[in-house]
Design a protein around this ligand. Structure first.
Ligand code: FEO
Length: 404
């Protein structure tokens, strides 16, 4: 994709990765983009590098605007591989550029790149860099997404360059939120924001809440948020702030997602009466079959619903592998304020349901009951037990949801 001027003299010079479907284990069916920004001023400045596979694209985009060797400053807001591993190739062109980075960023980046030959300046919150007509303000945002992370705010332009925050894993030709909404839909954009938050930022909700409040209190004016992935926000800033506040507060729909896998369909057969019971209580239900659906999609649905019911057969005394993978992944993302229940079939020993509850306890989810287990294949009586479990779960879910 060609460079795009996002403000007068400020350009998106990033790359669109149409093909990526696995982003460090997070399935990305929409692909992604690696955004970075060139600010033309007395001291031309590049904000953020890029994934190493796309350094040539950034350099080509820059070369359509200025000679890349004219860049005097490079700001590194975040050192994760998708943003910083292309830095070496960029530094081959501009070895004398001054690098601006947090101290934690410097320490981390030096594990990837020998920084000895380069001019590295560490910065912290409150530090500024005058580049001519504009001044860059640095705001540290540790754990949003890594300890090194920071925002770069361009005061004169009311532009917040926010690295991972407010991003989305979308590969598209639209660079701005309003273009995307016009050509596709707000629903798809919202879905991508929730998907990204659930799979990348969910563990750091409290940090994000604090940082959003700090920015609001500081009174800085923002009319554009330029993240390092997906579209740039210039028209729907209120929408993305509202979404973030809701996600940070773990807001949820009063309903349940059932995430499961099955060996010979016995566990699967248990879903129908559970879902029917919830529907009979006017509770919406979403059913996700693992192995047929990316676990990152399942996590996004967990984020949407107050209730989480997980189904797994017992395989060789264990949780079925795809369900165990999902639960391990979910545990790392530290969901909160969700009511948990479990069910599953078994042939001999039947540990899966108990083991799934152990996961839920470790995640500090609200625990409902002890689950439903069925030997080999559900009988009529077992199906009734599943229905009763669904009714009891639904009742508890309504009571639990009322607390928020
Ligand atoms: Fe897009 Fe935390 O990297």
């Amino acid at each position: 994709m060609k460079a795009v001027e996002i403000k007068s003299g400020i350009y998106w010079v990033g790359s669109v990765d149409w093909a990526i479907r696995d982003f460090h284990g997070y399935e990305t069916p929409r692909g992604t983009s690696y955004n970075n920004y060139l600010i033309l001023d007395e001291e031309p400045t590049l904000v953020d590098a890029v994934h190493h596979n796309f350094a040539h694209v950034t350099l080509e985009n820059i070369s359509r605007i200025i000679e890349p060797r004219k860049i005097l400053n490079i700001v590194i807001n975040h050192i994760e591989n998708d943003h910083a591993t292309g830095l070496e190739k960029i530094l081959e062109v501009v070895p004398d550029a001054k690098i601006y980075i947090t101290e934690k960023g410097r320490k981390g980046l030096s594990r990837f790149i020998d920084l000895t030959p380069y001019k590295v300046n560490t910065v912290k919150s409150g530090d500024t860099l005058n580049i001519g007509k504009r001044t860059l303000h640095f705001i540290e945002t540790p754990m949003m997404h890594w300890p090194d992370s920071m925002f770069t705010y361009v005061k004169e332009e009311k532009l917040l360059i926010s690295q991972d925050a407010f991003g989305q894993h979308i590969a598209c030709s639209e660079r701005f939120d309003d273009e995307f909404v016009k050509n596709r839909s707000m629903e798809e954009l919202e879905d991508a924001v929730i998907d990204y938050y659930a799979n990348i930022l969910m563990p750091y909700g409290n940090v994000i809440r604090g940082k959003i409040e700090e920015i609001k209190k500081s009174g800085i004016e923002i009319d554009m948020i330029a993240p390092d992935h997906g579209v740039i926000w210039r028209s729907h800033l209120d929408k993305v702030f509202t979404l973030y506040n809701q996600m940070v507060d773990a807001k949820a729909i009063l309903g349940a997602v059932i995430v499961y896998d099955t060996m010979w369909h016995s566990t699967e057969e248990m879903i129908t009466p559970i879902a029917k019971a919830l529907n009979d209580m006017d509770l919406p239900v979403k059913v996700i079959k693992l192995r047929a659906t990316p676990k990152s999609v399942a996590v996004k649905e967990v984020w949407k619903y107050r209730g989480l019911i997980v189904g797994s057969p017992t395989l060789n005394n264990n949780i079925f592998p795809s369900v165990a993978e999902f639960l391990t992944y979910l545990k790392g993302l530290r969901p909160k304020n969700r009511l948990f229940g479990a069910f599953g079939s078994y042939g001999w020993s039947g540990e899966a349901v108990k083991d799934m509850y152990e996961y839920a306890k470790q995640m500090k989810l609200e625990i409902f009951g002890e689950g439903v287990r069925v030997l080999y294949k559900p009988s009529e009586e077992d199906l009734q037990k599943c229905y009763d479990f669904g009714l009891a779960f639904g009742k508890a879910l309504k009571e639990y949801h009322a607390k928020f």
